[in-house]
Design a binder for this molecule. Structure first.
Ligand code: ADP
Ligand code: ASP
Ligand code: MG
Length: 437
């Protein structure tokens, strides 16, 4: 018998119809024994996600002392699901306790995590599977970093059963027992952690699209589904904005070769995308996918004979280190250097302080800052032995009248990163997409 870990996202848990599908998918294959669930998501365009309502509940309690108004919306949604499935679960008991705890809490994480907690409780009732709380098996260390090896030991011993279990996604606990969540979309990461812990044969990630696509379907109409993607390509694409999988999803799997299969709850006959450690024996196209996001700042520096000045880079980098700012990319030329940093590492006006420091330290001929940069990653193993890909990207962007702010061919040779103005992001992705697909 194989072991399949299955994770169902927010849309798959949103209402009766979707949960009914989830139930059928699980019941149709006895290998699907470990189930990770997200909090219920949007039921229709404009609807609210449970996680957002819970975060709003916490904000409400912070400003008024009680989370009652927003929490009532959470309450209504779970009561509706419990009634739809005629469950015996005393959901009000859980809801009352959670409401009370949110009113007494002083961190948003507890509140944010309760959507997954309740969703898993409900799902375990529906399936007749055991409920295993992530709080007991997913652990962070004192510094708040995920503790992979401790977690792995706990997961493998706790889930060594033959029957099915449902585990809430998105959270774990600190050494003092308090709840801590991953970043948004983190239930995908929980699924990978469980897949590694139980040594699954496959990790099925069920969502609301037919697979991982060559570009964001909200930007490009009907992008192709990618049949095979490598772990490495997944990392590049999800980090750069392909939000279908959380960017940390591959970390727990790196020491394994467990495939991730991205599939559609609403079209289970589609085979979806297989994400494999190694895709070198698969037929691949030049480019596997494109993804991008806004939110970056570029520092551009020019100085004649920069390359002869020993220690130039070190001096610049130590300034960024001093301000605790991580650098995403650092394309350099003979006399030029750009440093790309995430906006959220720059507090208001900090860029001017940094410019002054750089001037004092290396006396550049030119230095300026672009604040509103979007980065686009063009990713694929197929590029590594092909010339001319960057030229095609440029030509496509020039034809669409898009100004390129920087370009960086990653040293891994599986990606090209292009920087454009934030407002050009979607047009640029579409232009590159149509050049290659
Ligand atoms: P879930 O709630 O199941 O975790 P998400 O909303 O997190 O689902 O992720 C699925 C969504 O990701 C899709 O509906 C799609 O709009 C978006 N998306 C962005 N980039 C891509 C891509 N490259 N391929 C597929 N979907 C993408
Ligand atoms: N419910 C969480 C979120 O909305 C986690 C997840 O869905 O993966 O971010
Ligand atoms: Mg998601």
């Amino acid at each position: 018998m194989n072991i399949k870990v299955v994770k169902f996202g927010g849309t798959s848990m949103a209402n009766k119809d979707a949960i009914e599908r989830v139930k059928n998918i699980i019941n149709s294959d006895p290998d699907r024994r470990f189930v990770v669930v997200s909090a219920p998501g949007k039921r229709f365009k404009g609807d609210e996600k449970i996680t957002d309502l819970l975060l709003a509940s916490y904000e409400e309690k912070k400003s008024t002392g009680s989370c009652h108004i927003f929490f009532s919306k959470v309450r209504d949604r779970f009561i509706e699901i419990v009634n739809d499935f005629s469950l015996k679960l005393d959901i009000n008991k859980y809801l009352d306790e959670i409401e009370k705890n949110i009113d007494q809490s002083n961190s948003p994480d507890y509140a944010a995590s309760r959507g997954e907690y309740l969703s898993a409780l409900v799902m375990s009732e529906i399936l007749g599977f055991e409920f295993v709380d992530a709080a007991n098996i997913i652990k962070f260390n004192k510094k708040g970093s995920f503790d992979a090896s401790y977690t792995n030991d706990l997961v493998s011993s706790r889930l060594s059963m033959d029957k099915g279990a449902v585990i809430p996604g998105f959270y774990g606990t600190m050494p003092d027992g308090s709840i801590k969540t991953f970043t948004r979309g983190g239930s995908d990461f929980t699924g990978s952690i469980i897949a590694r812990g139980v040594q699954a044969d496959v990790y099925e990630n069920w969502t609301d699209v037919d697979g991982f696509m060559t570009a964001d379907p909200r930007i490009v109409d009907n992008p192709h589904i990618i049949d095979f993607l490598s772990y490495e390509e997944l990392r590049e694409l999800s980090y750069m904005g392909a939000s279908v999988l959380h960017p940390s999803s591959i970390f727990p799997l790196q020491s394994t070769s467990i495939p991730i299969n991205v599939r559609n709850t609403f079209n289970p006959s589609a085979v979806g995308t297989f994400i494999l450690k190694d895709t070198s024996d698969k037929k691949t196209s030049l480019i596997t996918g494109i993804a991008g996001r806004t939110g970056f700042t570029t520092f551009f520096i020019r100085k004649a004979l920069m390359n002869n000045e020993i220690g130039f880079c070190r001096k610049i980098l130590s300034i960024f280190e001093y301000y605790d700012i991580s650098i995403e990319h650092m394309p350099t030329g003979i006399d030029t250097m750009s440093l790309i940093v995430p906006n959220d590492h720059l507090t208001d006006g900090l860029e001017f302080e940094i410019i002054e420091k750089i001037r004092g330290e290396v006396n550049p001929d030119v230095i300026f800052v672009y604040k509103n940069i979007a980065l686009i990653a063009i990713v694929g193993h197929g590029m590594s032995n092909q010339t001319g890909t960057a030229a095609r990207v440029f030509t496509a962007l020039a034809a669409a009248n898009i100004n390129v702010k920087m370009i960086d061919q990653g040293s891994s040779e599986i990606n090209i990163i292009v920087g454009v103005n934030g407002e050009d992001l979607n047009r640029a992705i579409a232009a590159i997409y149509h050049e290659f697909f």
